[in-house]
Design a protein around this ligand. Structure first.
Ligand SMILES: [Zn+2]
Length: 58
């Protein structure tokens, strides 16, 4: 996993949970659990939920 950003490419980085946000923490935990058991469909779903939900932070 390289943190180097690619210019011009859409961000495929997993969204970061916002510190102090309970919903982010919940989704991030669910994502980690899903990844741990190899359930990447659910993990990706959590990525999307964190990203969408994150738009409501600012
Ligand atoms: Zn949040």
């Amino acid at each position: 996993m390289s943190p180097a950003p690619l210019m011009g490419a859409p961000s495929l980085e997993p969204p970061k949970p916002v510190p102090g946000c309970v919903e982010c923490l919940r989704l991030a935990t669910a994502r980690l659990n899903a990844r741990t058991r190899g359930d990447f469909t659910t993990a990706t779903d959590c990525d999307i939920k964190i990203r969408k939900h994150g738009q409501g932070h600012q």
